[in-house]
Every structure is written in structure tokens, then in C-alpha cells.
Design a protein. Structure first.
Length: 214
């Protein structure tokens, strides 16, 4: 099993109050990084919080947004968790329901059925802030055991679109599906997408460049 180690040194970024620590493997090679933020609370005490790993989709912009929200909460006299309480109570099923209700995609009903079949009783019940890239990678692997890679790509793209729909409407959360690796297609076994499937894919990924794997 590969042993990873997080170094203690905090490396500052160009964004104020945002740092990262390098994660190295047994050969001391940098394989990942973990981001963290620092701010001063209302009592003048310096606070420090670990946000998450680069491999989990965390970026400097994510940390900057979180830090700014925390500073705003401090200024208003509220705790940062108070601002995120409503978000934390939401599950994937909650935001998926809103997405499918608002979707104008021609094949929305079929995709909603796929979501219900593969996610509703599993990851769908988890809070959106608790779903990680690793969770989605496990689900992707499970789907590959019974579905063609092209179909799995479409389904995982749908999950990313659901998250982005929520984020574009004010949701303050990182899309864990952004880090999903596109399934490789075996040209000897895979067929081309049908015209209907191409239209379906375009509908769901339209105006959503973050989900555009193909």
C-alpha cells in the first residue's frame, strides 16, 4: 500500500490567507497538496482551517471564497457554520430533484430514471458536503461492472451537471465530480453513440464546460 505524507510547511499562495501543504509519496515525490486558510476572528485570535485536497477538487478560488464568507460572518457577528447550515442539510437527492424539475433537456425523464436507479438509495442520501471524489470513483467502478463506459461517462457527467446547477444558483460548495476521470473506451468493444444519445449528451452538458469530458 502506498504511504503518503503531508509535509508541515505551509506554502503561501498569491491569494491572501490561503496556503497549501505538499503531500509526498515514499520517494518524496509531490503527488498532491492540501489547501488551508487562515483568518482573524472577532476577538483578534488567528484561526486556521484545513479545506481539502487538490485531488478532491479543491482549488485556490474555493479557499478564497470560503475565507471571504468566513470573514463576512465574523464581521456580522455570526459563526461561519451558521451560514453553511442550510447547505449542510441538503442531500444529493435534494439538489437532483430541483435539477430535474428545472431541466428542459429532451431526455430528462430517462436521466431522472437512471439517477433514481443508481443513486437515489445510495449516494443520493448523503449530504452534498460529505460526498467526495473517492465516493464517486467507487460508484463509477460499480457502474462499469454492468454498464458500457460510454454510458457511465454520461451518468457521471449528469452528476457533475446536477452539482453545477446548484452552484450556479448560489450554492457555495465544491463540485466533487469535477475530478472524475473519463472512462476509456475500448474501441474493439464499444459502439458509437447513437444520434439520440449524442443529442441527450449535448442537452445535459450544454453550457456546462466543466462537465464536458468528450
Amino acid at each position: 500500500m502506498v504511504q503518503l505524507k503531508t509535509l508541515n510547511k505551509r506554502i503561501p499562495t498569491k491569494s491572501q490567507g490561503v496556503f497549501y501543504k505538499e503531500i509526498v509519496n515514499e520517494q518524496n515525490r509531490v503527488v498532491d497538496k492540501v489547501y488551508c486558510i487562515r483568518w482573524t476572528d472577532a476577538d483578534g485570535i488567528s484561526r486556521f482551517k484545513t479545506v481539502g485536497k487538490h485531488s478532491q477538487g479543491i482549488r485556490i478560488t474555493t479557499c478564497t471564497t470560503l475565507r471571504n464568507n468566513t470573514l463576512t460572518a465574523t464581521t456580522l457577528g455570526h459563526d461561519a457554520p451558521h451560514l453553511t447550515k442550510a447547505r449542510a442539510l441538503l442531500t444529493l437527492n435534494d439538489i437532483a430533484k430541483k435539477y430535474f424539475k428545472a431541466s428542459k433537456a429532451k431526455d430528462a425523464d430517462r436521466m431522472a430514471s437512471r439517477y433514481k436507479l443508481y443513486f437515489e438509495d445510495s449516494l443520493g442520501r448523503k449530504r452534498i458536503d460529505n460526498i467526495t471524489l473517492e465516493d464517486l470513483e467507487v460508484k463509477q467502478k460499480q457502474l462499469l461492472e454492468k454498464l458500457a463506459p460510454a454510458t457511465v461517462n454520461l451518468i457521471m457527467g449528469m452528476i457533475s451537471t446536477i452539482y453545477n446547477h446548484y452552484i450556479k444558483r448560489g450554492g457555495n460548495i465544491v463540485n466533487p465530480a469535477k475530478g472524475i476521470t473519463h472512462c476509456k473506451l475500448d474501441n474493439k468493444r464499444e459502439r458509437y453513440l447513437s444520434k439520440n444519445e449524442v443529442i441527450q449528451l449535448e442537452e445535459y452538458l450544454k453550457n456546462d464546460l466543466d462537465c464536458l469530458f468528450l
